[in-house]
Design a protein around this ligand. Structure first.
Ligand SMILES: Nc1nc2c(ncn2[C@@H]2O[C@H](COP(=O)(O)OP(=O)(O)OP(=O)(O)O)[C@@H](O)[C@H]2O)c(=O)[nH]1
Ligand SMILES: [Mg+2]
Length: 399
């Protein structure tokens, strides 16, 4: 597959920090991810030691001794900043960079903007798929994550925030904690795989990476991702089953999200055994959940790694209808994550922000900080009073 005439697609997925590295491990364990270039980076040497992939970096080993950043964003920023040359090298020939990690962590929150910056200097399009902290982690983590979002927004092409609360929302209360984290990490890994698949869809009816970025970048939007998979061994109607699982996906937020979407990407990936009949049937059923006014981009793709297996990914995009200044100010507030779908914030803030020039109170006669000091007199004039006031110069306020 090629993006431009000569350039083969190389999608690099980077996991930053403990959470990001765990997702990379999950991704590496999926045989369908074989075409992705995976990289793991962490300040925590133990996490990197356990990581099952080859391309991995213990960031800033010389200074931090592999002990992690303990939630300190500045340490994360410095540590990954020191790895710029290695990061630059690792992104060689990359045509799309996907970065994942847990916003709120020192390494991920501080390090993610370093990747955004290196990618920008190499003109590589970027999609950041970051989790946001659980409500139970408290305000401080949440603020750290919000600051992280604010810093990333102007620096990336697409930022998808996956609320951790949502990842756990569909699990029963008695679900074992360890299994819940594993399930959440797999869900994030699947979402990354689903987004990546859009980029290499050979049989898309209308879309490629630039379309995807153009739609996601159009305005501030809220987005949701649903991924469903099924194997041939799951039953006769694997596509139907994959579709059902996609619709139940915790990050999709229910079929209402599809109905109300302004834009919807629907991509089916299967092995060479995927046939036109089952593709048609799945898309026809999916169409029942799609709103009349949605811009729909449907595609299919086959890959031998998906033999006897299908994956259906839906990404819904809902543009914010009222982009007032107040809304822009609120853009990074995560709101009630349990009920809202994936928060997607796109980098249109900069271009739509309106700045107003304030007015300096130049006519107030005051000696300011010189008020309580011994006056400096020269030829009968108090030099601590501003010149324009001593000389009665009228300020032109442009009225
Ligand atoms: N989904 C998921 N989220 C996680 C997991 N572990 C941590 N998180 C989230 O990710 C955030 C960051 O945690 P870490 O990944 O441990 O932090 P880090 O980036 O390694 O940063 P430092 O440890 O401070 O160096 C946390 O606040 C959690 O919200 C996990 O296993 N799964
Ligand atoms: Mg860590």
């Amino acid at each position: 597959m090629t993006t431009e005439k000569t350039k083969p697609v190389k999608v690099t997925v980077v996991g930053i920090g403990n959470s990001g590295v765990k997702v990379i491990n999950r991704l590496a364990a999926l045989k369908e991810s074989v075409w992705l270039n995976l990289i793991a980076i962490d300040t925590d040497a133990e996490a990197i030691e356990k990581c099952i992939i080859h391309n991995k970096i213990v960031a800033d080993m010389q200074w931090r001794n592999g002990i992690g950043c303990g939630g300190d964003v500045i340490k994360g920023q410095r540590s990954l900043g020191r790895e710029r040359p290695r990061i630059n090298e690792m992104l060689e020939d990359t045509t799309l960079l996907i970065v994942t990690g847990g916003l709120g962590g020192g390494t991920a929150t501080g390090g993610a903007p370093i990747f955004a910056s290196v990618a920008k200097s190499r003109k590589i399009p970027t999609i950041f798929i970051m989790t946001t902290p659980f409500t139970l982690e408290g305000h401080s983590k949440r603020r750290t994550a919000e600051d992280g979002v604010r810093e990333l927004l102007p620096a990336v092409d697409v930022l998808l925030c996956l609320p951790n609360d949502l990842l756990f929302s569909s699990l029963p209360a008695d679900f074992p904690v360890g299994d819940a984290f594993e399930k959440a990490d797999i869900e994030v890994a699947r979402s990354i795989l689903g987004v990546s698949e859009i980029m290499r869809c050979k049989n898309l009816l209308a879309a490629d990476l630039s379309d995807f970025i153009a739609i996601m970048n159009k305005r501030k939007s809220v987005c949701s991702i649903g991924v469903g998979t099924a194997a041939s061994s799951d039953g006769l109607n694997r596509c139907h089953l994959a579709l059902e699982r996609m619709l139940e996906s915790p990050l999709l937020g229910g079929t209402a999200q599809m109905k109300e979407a302004d834009a919807l990407f629907l991509v089916m990936t299967g092995g060479p055994d995927l046939n036109i009949g089952e593709t048609k049937m799945a898309f026809e059923i999916a169409a029942k959940f799609i709103g009349e006014d949605s811009k729909v981009i449907v595609g299919t793709n086959t890959d031998p790694a998906y033999a006897d297996f299908v994956q259906i990914t839906a990404i819904t995009v809902k543009f914010d209808k009222k982009e007032s200044k107040d809304d822009l100010r609120r853009i990074n507030e995560f709101g009630d994550q349990r009920s809202s779908p994936v928060r997607t914030t796109v980098n249109t803030i900069e271009s739509t922000q309106v700045f107003e020039q304030g007015e300096l109170p130049l006519q107030n006669i005051s000696k300011g900080i010189f008020l309580n000091t011994t006056p400096v007199n020269h030829n009968g004039e108090d030099l601590d009073v501003p010149t324009y006031q001593r000389r009665m110069i009228k300020i032109d306020k442009g009225e």
